[in-house]
Design a binder for this molecule. Structure first.
Ligand SMILES: Nc1ncnc2c1ncn2[C@@H]1O[C@H](COP(=O)(O)OP(=O)(O)OP(=O)(O)O)[C@@H](O)[C@H]1O
Ligand SMILES: [Mg+2]
Length: 1016
């Protein structure tokens, strides 16, 4: 041995599982398998220039020049054997364990000796059958150089070895749960088959209870088939992503779940971005049936926002529905994990979709986990909560999610964590780092890297040591400072690369990066790969490259001087506009804006705003128009552009129901613009907003003003006409405007606005119904419903249900009417259309009240009022209180009735300015009933007369009929028979005219009672 040569080698040890016992009971088979196995192994060893030192029975001892050769060879051996085994019976299969280690060995003529050899065989012994185990040293050598994932399995006790050794295992694509049947849904591609996972430089510490919580949530989702949404919250760097990665891995291991990964952009808010990313990872459009293919194609385009340019109408509920259906379908085959990161930066559209999914896919095996930083949830403006806060508030009321709050790691876990980076380092250094980082693992890791890079601690003869007493070691006390100090040590060209990347964002595409910098893409990627290996400042992931952490990007970006940042933004914007993808408009506008190029920022900002508006993504539309307005400044030259942006923003605000703000913008647009199209647009939105807040007179004035303005914008004029008719109808009765609305509907159709047309024809039917049931009612309903169906417009469908319900209401069919109101309320709830819930609730409650089902009416009303705090619809809300008050009086709950009346009066007084005759009539009827109840006969008489008069003016015959009947009953009780009879007669005529048979029947009964009590 003393004559041997000592050198560093990679040693591989292989062994057939269960060979000894096989050879004892079936020697022939054992020999045959041994032979096969040797053939496979030998051919691969030679391919990787391995040196077969010896075979020991069924075992091989091989040495390689590099650890990389060794592991690649081992990987291929297992791959070849896996294939060999795949079409053989169990007893014919060959399972081998492989262990690899690197270290000094001594070569003699035909053998090798040394600790490394022993260790390799010990490591081999703990490998799984068919698996590969490697030591930490091997891992250090090959990290980031292999195509397959490696998993740290922790420190392991090896036979006859003193201290435990850190061991990794190789993960194979055919590992448990991975090679599942994929026949039914070929479209789904599993994450395991996509590029390698980024291995962590540190093992996972602590978080036992959080992990247990997540695992039981996972088990529950898979076991019960019920959807779950979990938020992981905590400060930056506390370990949210890490925990999420852990459960992702666990979920793949245990259940082979499909994983969709989305993240949110920090500086710009692109509608649906995180979902688009997640979908991207979840699916690849392969060979599936035509229907699914179409749905996928649609979803994909919808999420990537490529509709606007094609003139196709975008319908966000269709997107919601399709997304829900898709997740349901996929999860029927396999459990799904959707992870959305950093939702504190989410766009509002995605939050809407998230809320919708949480409500509507309760019966799917989908686990959705979102992470967010708590420190970034401040108010967006005074009194305006963060979008995420708002969404979570709404979801809390519905009990739609659970939360994990991550706090700092215990100091022991932190010293273990840093200890794993610098094994054997002096305890006092580890403790110092732990103390300084206050439980934040990211800070601890960065500080440790900082200490290494600045040479404060170094490896001396294989052991880590500090070069100074710990009292003198200084760690910058803010995380950004630690990172900045690390950055300052980079070579200039590396720093340049990161500078530009930080302008692009946390995730960046090397293509855009290299174009922006004007460098060759290959050398760009090579430099990134090196930075990844050496510094961990950036890491490679599925989608390209990203900063290791958002804080790293922040530190780089903060380090840019103003002029450098401007120039880089300009270059990035121009590189992005070369891509010719219209969905990048928001980002391009942002970069041009940052670069100070106002003209370009305006150009792209307008595109982005119009696009978002077309997609009904109004919050984002508002921010794009705001950017345009900022970029345009108060420059005298851009007056028309600014006016357009004001008008665009006004419309987006109006759609959100922010009428006051919309009105301000309209007025700005009008004061600036001389262009008829912009002016008309602004006037129309202004009139609509006045209508929205119930100021009918002002709205009419604006309509008149618009009439007097020039401009041929047919559609705008049509909308204006529609507003005008809506006001006239509410003021002077629906029947007065029926013909006009019919005209409008035809005009919409001529313009190809099918959805507007559908709404209009239903409105016509509604108007007609007020007086007489239209004979073609169901034909109209079908036509509208088909249009809504075709465009997936659920809001339209709820309108259809409400109309059908109203039809049966008028006819007196309580069961069918209630069924449709219930359907309408449910759809509204599903869509979060809170004012719609109130409207349907009001009528539904009145239906029950008329039928004498007071308790049902109260139940329905109270349920609907649950939404009133969110809705801003005082009109139907006061109507509900009117109904509620009457029902409470009927069942003698006087206190409750008084409360309801008080609330009704409050709402009515505050918003009565221009309220419709219909609402006035209903409120007055509630007051009249209460007066009668209190025995104030004369006041009651006056109030009833007033109420009936108002209802007659409004043209709601059915309600007028009910009022007559109610009043008649009270007169009957007061023994005022003649008056009672005349009320019943008036009622009877009305019921008969709308073919309300049960109503007419009831009145006839009352009438005969009145007649019989008239004869003593
Ligand atoms: N329990 C843990 N054990 C070991 N390392 C951890 C642990 N938690 C976090 N880390 C490491 O700390 C660093 C920061 O964690 P991570 O990226 O998960 O933070 P984060 O909460 O997602 O931050 P951000 O809000 O900025 O996204 C990572 O390198 C991660 O691997
Ligand atoms: Mg994170």
């Amino acid at each position: 041995m003393s004559q041997g040569q000592r050198r560093l080698a990679a040693i591989m040890f292989t062994d057939i599982v269960g060979y000894t016992s096989l050879s004892q009971h079936n020697e022939a088979l054992a020999l045959r398998l041994l032979h096969e196995h040797r053939k496979v192994v030998r051919s691969l060893i030679s391919r990787y220039q391995g040196n077969e030192i010896k075979t020991i029975g069924d075992a091989f001892l091989v040495d390689f020049k590099s650890a990389l050769d060794a592991i690649n060879c081992a990987y291929e051996i297992q791959g070849a054997l896996h294939e060999y085994n795949s079409n053989r019976d169990a007893e014919e299969t060959i399972k081998v364990r492989i262990g690899i280690h690197v270290g000094d060995v001594v070569h003699t003529e035909n053998d090798v000796y040394g600790d490394a050899v022993n260790l390799a065989s010990r490591i081999e012994a703990i490998a799984e059958p068919g698996g590969i185990a490697i030591s930490e040293q091997v891992h250090d050598n090959i990290r980031n150089k292999v195509e397959f994932p490696l998993e740290y399995i922790g420190p392991q006790d090896l036979k006859n070895v003193d201290a435990p050794m850190g061991i990794y295992r190789v993960c194979f694509p055919w590992d448990k749960g991975i090679s599942r049947e994929q026949a039914v849904l070929e479209i789904v591609q599993m994450m395991q088959t996509s590029p390698k996972e980024v291995p962590y430089p540190t093992p996972m510490f602590d978080r036992e209870s959080e992990r247990a919580f997540l695992v039981s949530a996972l088990d529950e989702v898979v076991g019960t088939g019920k959807f779950k949404l979990i938020f992981i919250r905590g400060e930056a760097g506390i370990g949210k992503t890490r925990l999420l990665d852990w459960i992702t891995h666990e979920a793949q291991e245990r259940y082979g779940v499909y994983v969709g990964r989305g993240y949110c952009l920090e500086d710009v808010s692109v509608p649906y971005f995180p979902f688009s990313e997640a979908l991207n990872g979840l699916l690849h459009r392969g060979s599936n049936d035509q229907g699914t293919k179409r749905a996928l194609n649609w979803l994909d385009r919808a999420l990537r926002r490529t509709f606007a340019e094609e003139g196709e109408e975008f319908e966000c509920y269709k997107l919601y529905e399709n997304m829900a259906k898709l997740l349901e379908t996929i999860s029927r085959e396999n459990p799904v994990l959707i992870r959305l990161e950093d939702v504190q930066w989410s766009d509002s559209a995605s939050l809407g979709l998230l809320h919708y999914l949480a409500r509507n896919i309760q019966n799917s095996r989908v686990l959705m986990i979102c992470t967010y930083r708590i420190e970034e949830l401040g108010e967006l403006a005074p009194g305006r909560p963060h979008n995420l806060t708002e969404t979570m508030r709404l979801m809390t009321r519905e009990g739609l999610f659970q939360t994990i709050e991550l706090r700092g790691l215990e100091s022991e876990a932190l010293t273990d964590l840093t200890g794993s980076l610098i094994p054997g380092a002096p305890k006092r250094v580890l403790q110092l780092v732990a103390r300084e980082s206050e439980g934040n693992p990211f800070y601890a890791i960065e500080s440790t890297r900082f200490l290494i890079e600045t040479g404060v601690i170094e490896k001396v003869e294989g052991a880590w040591a500090a070069r100074m007493p710990s009292g003198q070691i200084e760690i910058p006390n803010a995380i950004l400072d630690v990172i900045s100090r690390r950055l300052s040590r980079l070579a200039p060209e590396d720093r340049q690369l990161l500078d530009c990347a930080s302008v692009i964002g946390e995730h960046f595409n090397p293509k855009i990066l290299s174009t922006a910098l004007g460098i060759d893409e290959l050398s760009c990627v090579q430099r990134l790969a090196r930075l990844y290996r050496e510094t961990w400042l950036v890491v490679e992931d599925r989608m390209g490259y990203r900063f290791d952490h958002a804080k790293v990007r922040e530190a780089v970006y903060r380090g840019l001087t103003g002029s450098l940042a401007k120039e880089l933004h300009r270059r990035v914007a121009s590189a992005m506009s070369n891509v010719k993808d219209s969905s990048l408009a928001v980002e391009i506008a942002y970069h041009y804006h940052q670069s100070g190029d106002a003209a370009k920022a305006i150009e792209f900002g307008m595109v982005a705003g119009n696009q978002a508006k077309l997609m009904s993504v109004f919050i984002e539309a508002v921010s794009s128009y705001t950017l345009v307005l900022e970029a345009a400044g108060v420059d005298g030259e851009r007056i028309e552009l600014r006016a357009k942006a004001y008008a665009g923003r006004a419309e987006a605000l109006h759609e959100q129901g922010l009428h006051q703000k919309a009105m301000e913008d309209c007025k700005n647009a009008l004061s600036l613009s001389k262009e008829p199209s912009t002016r008309l647009n602004a006037l129309r939105v202004l009139a609509g907003s006045y209508l929205g807040i119930g100021h009918f007179s002002e709205a009419l004035e604006i309509v008149r003003q618009a009439d007097a303005e020039p401009g041929e914008e047919t559609l705008e004029r049509l909308y204006l006409k529609d507003i005008e008719e809506a006001i006239i109808a509410r003021r002077s009765g629906y029947s007065t405007t029926t013909e006009a609305v019919r005209e409008i509907s035809r005009a919409f159709l001529k313009l190809g606005r099918r959805k507007d047309y559908a709404y209009a024809i239903l409105t016509v039917a509604e108007h007609e119904m007020m007086t007489k049931l239209p004979p073609d009612f169901f034909q109209v309903v079908k036509e509208a419903s088909d249009i809504f169906e075709e465009s997936g417009d659920l809001a339209g469908q709820q309108f259809v249900h409400a109309m059908i319900a109203e039809y049966y209401f008028t006819k007196g069919d309580v069961a069918l009417s209630a069924e449709n109101y219930s359907e309408a309320v449910n759809l509204n709830k599903k869509l979060g259309l809170y004012d719609g819930i109130l409207w349907a609730t009001w009528y539904w409650a009145m239906l029950y009240e008329n039928a004498g089902l007071y308790n049902d009416a109260i139940r329905v009303a109270l349920d609907g009022l649950g939404s009133a705090t969110i809705a801003e619809a005082p009109y139907p809300e006061s109507g509900i209180y009117a109904t509620l008050a009457r029902c409470y009086l009927r069942i003698n709950s006087c206190d409750e009735a008084n409360k309801a009346l008080r609330r009704m009066n409050e709402l009515y007084e505050a918003h009565s300015k221009d309220a419709s005759a219909g609402l006035q009539g209903m409120v007055e009827r509630a007051r009249a009933f209460n007066l009668a109840f209190e025995g104030r006969k004369e006041d009651a008489d006056r109030a009833y007369a007033n109420s009936i008069d108002l209802l007659k003016r409004f043209g709601m015959w059915i309600h007028e009929a009910e009022a007559h009947r109610e009043y008649g009953e009270l007169l009957l009780e007061q023994k005022r028979l003649k008056e009672a009879r005349s009320q019943f007669e008036a009622s009877l005529i009305l019921f008969a005219s709308v073919e309300n048979v049960p109503g007419a029947e009831r009145v006839r009964n009352s009438l005969s009672r009145a007649s019989s009590s008239g004869q003593p």
